[in-house]
Each structure stands twice: as structure tokens, then as C-alpha cells.
Design a protein around this ligand. Structure first.
Ligand code: PLP
Length: 391
């Protein structure tokens, strides 16, 4: 088996060794329930307090505004449902056509329960026009829920303008910050947003732990009833994973500017080389503003799924579309919303670099990708076989 060449950090990240070291004691001797009153339990509770401060610090929040939970999807569901509970007479939700499935599937479900959903469009570069948001808001609008950074293209939405519109129009705003956290600076306090979703496994911590930011002045209704997290999210906390999340948030803050600049340069070199060295390659999504680690490219005439299999033989991991519901026969909804044809969307690959991605790995990727693309183009006409959609 070839050495692993992992360029799929938007799907998930490896656990940082320092994060693993921080969490291990909490899987071994420090197994106390943080709600228990004896010292074993109190140590767990104290560790949760520290993790809450670390996560809050990464996103410019107060620790009391961070509610730990199981994942970004839970955070997004909780935020939207919480906002809907504020005024049950309001039945209109505004979101965009390029959201993560965490938002899309919930809104599709809510549509079957009588809610009206506005799916804001994006332009060919994946950019959202704030004026379209402004004109979509009505007296019936209960919540606006939008991505900060798109998981497939890395395109950043105009958050400042979005917040100024929802603030002026007095509509609660939820931001899906799962891909943005740790990759771009975030200050939720300054921004004045009501809810934001976070997920640890995009930050070099384990899967299955996340957080919802709820501004202290925003109304909130729990999804899981219970006494933990000050009754805001029932269920005994996943102590070891939350501690890992805290450590990962601390490291993300340390690495943020330096890593982003280095990764951005490496991504630009990777992307520019492919755009100039391989015929029939196009970037999906604007160059800027975009996450520094993400490159989504269409290689005309190929089948992305077959490319993934050939890359896999060489140890190279990347994604076709986004990574959650593998086996989907639909081309990426993000790309089609940007006006990319179904065939071109099926010929698109997402490469997402990470903190440990280095020059040698990018050189290797730049050797493998053109060779595999040439082989595919020589061997197969594009067919309509399924694309694996991964987050
Ligand atoms: N939102 C975005 C933008 C994502 O990329 C993901 C990733 O999976 C999620 C939400 C869901 O997060 P989780 O996997 O923690 O449920």
C-alpha cells in the first residue's frame, strides 16, 4: 500500500498528537462523571470548564455561551429549532442553496411540517448577494441560517453584511461555522450573531463532539432535555472528547495565522500548477474570499468517482463533492447551484490541505493527479456513474 497522502481535511482531520495526549488520561484513570460530587468527578468538571474556555477563546465568545454536544449537525439542528421556538407563529426560514446537509435535511423536513423555506441562490463563483437576503426577509421570518465557509469550495459568505442585515431586521441568525473555525479568525462577540455551530473533528480532534454557541442575549430552547450543560443539553458529557476539543481549539488559535498563510501558499501553488499544466481544468468558486486550504477543480471529461479509486491506489485521499452520504447518484448540489453542469459537477474533485501538509506531499500529488487524469481521459469516455459525496 502506498504511503498516505491525505488531502481531505474538510472531510475530517487526523487527531493532533498533543490533542491525543491531552485526552488520554480522561479515557483511563480520570473516568469520573463531571456531575459527581467527589473529587474524581470534580476533576472532570474542572477539565470541562477549561475546555469551554479554550473553545470560547477560539471563537471570541464567553465560556457560558458554549454548549457542548455531539457534533456540528446537532448544533445546527438545535440552533434552527431553538430560533423557531421563539415565536411559533413565524413560519419562514431563510437559508442558501449551498448549505451542508445538516441544514438542508432539517429545512426539507420542516418544509413538510408547513414551514416556508427560502433557498438563497449563489452566483457562478459561489458568492451570496446580501441584497437577496435583505429582500427575502419578511415579517414572518423566524430565522436565517447560513454557512460561514462552504465545505466543498471553501468560498466565504459576506458575514459582516449578513449580520448587519439580520441585526437591522431583528431576525435571529445562525452561522454554520464548522469549516471556518480554526481556518479564519472568528469573533462572535464582535460580530453580534445569535447562534453558531462548531465541530471538533475539523480541528484535529475526534469525531462525535461539537458545540453550539448561543449568544447570552439570544433565546434558547434545548433539543435534548436533561440537567447537564446547565440544562441546555442533556446527556452525560463526552469528557475525553471535549477535553480534546478544548486542546484542539487552543492549538488552532496558536497556528491560525501562520498555518493559514503557509497552507494558502501551498494550495495556490498546487492549484496554479494544475490549472496551467493540465488541459481542461477549471476552479469552482471564487479565488477570494475563500478558505486558504480548499481547492475544488473540474477536470473535464473524467468521472470523479473513478479518479478517487485510482488516487486511492496511490494513497491519495480527496473528495468528489462533499463527504457525508456516499453512494449518492446526484452531482454536488453546491456546484449545480453555481451553474456547473451535471457532467462537469461529476468531473469535479475537492482537495483540502491541512496543518501537516508539506511541499513533498504537494509535489507527489502534482505528479499523481495529472498522470491519473491523463490515464482516465485516454481510457474512458465520461459516463453517468454515481459520485461519492463525502463531507
Ligand atoms: N457543517 C459543515 C459546513 C460541515 O462541513 C460539516 C461536516 O461534516 C457539518 C456541518 C457537520 O458536522 P458534524 O460532522 O460534526 O456533524
Amino acid at each position: 500500500m502506498s504511503e498516505l497522502l491525505y488531502l481531505d481535511h474538510n472531510a475530517t482531520t487526523p487527531i493532533d498528537p498533543e490533542v491525543l495526549a491531552a485526552m488520554l488520561p480522561w479515557l483511563e484513570s480520570e473516568f469520573g462523571n463531571p456531575s459527581s460530587l467527589y473529587s474524581l468527578g470534580r476533576r472532570s468538571a474542572a477539565a470541562l470548564t477549561k475546555a469551554r474556555e479554550q473553545v470560547a477563546s477560539l471563537v471570541g465568545a464567553q465560556p457560558s455561551e458554549i454548549i457542548f454536544n455531539s457534533c456540528g449537525t446537532e448544533a445546527t439542528n438545535t440552533a434552527i429549532l431553538s430560533a423557531l421556538a421563539i415565536d411559533p407563529d413565524k413560519r419562514h426560514i431563510i437559508t442558501s442553496a449551498v448549505e451542508h446537509n445538516a441544514t438542508i435535511k432539517l429545512c426539507e423536513y420542516l418544509a413538510t411540517r408547513g414551514y416556508e423555506i427560502t433557498w438563497l441562490p449563489v452566483d457562478k463563483d459561489g458568492i451570496l448577494d446580501p441584497e437577496k437576503l435583505e429582500s427575502a426577509i419578511t415579517a414572518d421570518t423566524a430565522v436565517v441560517s447560513l454557512l460561514w465557509a462552504n465545505n466543498e469550495t471553501g468560498v466565504l459568505f459576506p458575514i459582516d453584511e449578513i449580520v448587519s442585515i439580520t441585526t437591522r431586521r431583528k431576525v435571529p441568525l445562525h452561522l454554520d461555522a464548522v469549516q471556518a473555525a480554526g481556518k479564519v479568525p472568528i469573533n462572535l462577540e464582535e460580530l453580534g450573531v445569535q447562534y453558531a455551530s462548531l465541530s471538533a473533528h475539523k480541528l484535529y480532534a475526534p469525531k462525535g463532539v461539537g458545540a453550539l454557541y448561543v449568544n447570552r442575549r439570544a433565546r434558547y430552547t434545548p433539543l435534548f432535555r436533561g440537567s447537564q450543560e446547565e440544562s441546555k443539553r442533556g446527556g452525560t458529557q463526552n469528557v475525553a472528547s471535549i477535553i480534546a476539543f478544548g486542546k484542539a481549539a487552543e492549538l488552532a488559535q496558536v497556528h491560525l495565522s501562520i498555518a493559514a498563510e503557509r497552507i494558502g501558499k501551498l494550495r495556490d501553488h498546487f492549484e496554479q500548477t494544475l490549472l496551467s499544466a493540465v488541459a481542461g481544468v477549471r476552479r469552482n468558486g471564487t479565488d477570494e474570499p475563500r478558505l486558504p486550504n480548499t481547492s475544488n477543480l473540474t477536470f473535464t471529461g473524467i468521472e470523479a468517482e473513478t479518479a478517487l479509486l485510482l488516487f486511492d491506489k496511490e494513497g491519495l485521499c480527496c473528495s468528489a463533492g462533499s463527504a457525508c452520504s456516499s453512494g449518492s447518484i446526484n452531482p454536488s448540489h453546491v456546484l449545480t447551484a453555481m451553474g456547473v453542469s451535471r457532467d462537469e459537477a461529476r468531473a469535479s474533485l475537492r482537495f483540502s490541505l491541512g496543518r501537516t501538509t508539506n511541499d513533498t506531499e504537494i509535489d507527489r500529488a502534482l505528479e499523481i493527479i495529472p498522470r491519473v487524469i491523463a490515464k482516465l481521459r485516454a481510457a474512458q469516455p465520461a459516463s453517468g456513474s454515481p459520485v461519492h459525496i463525502t463531507d
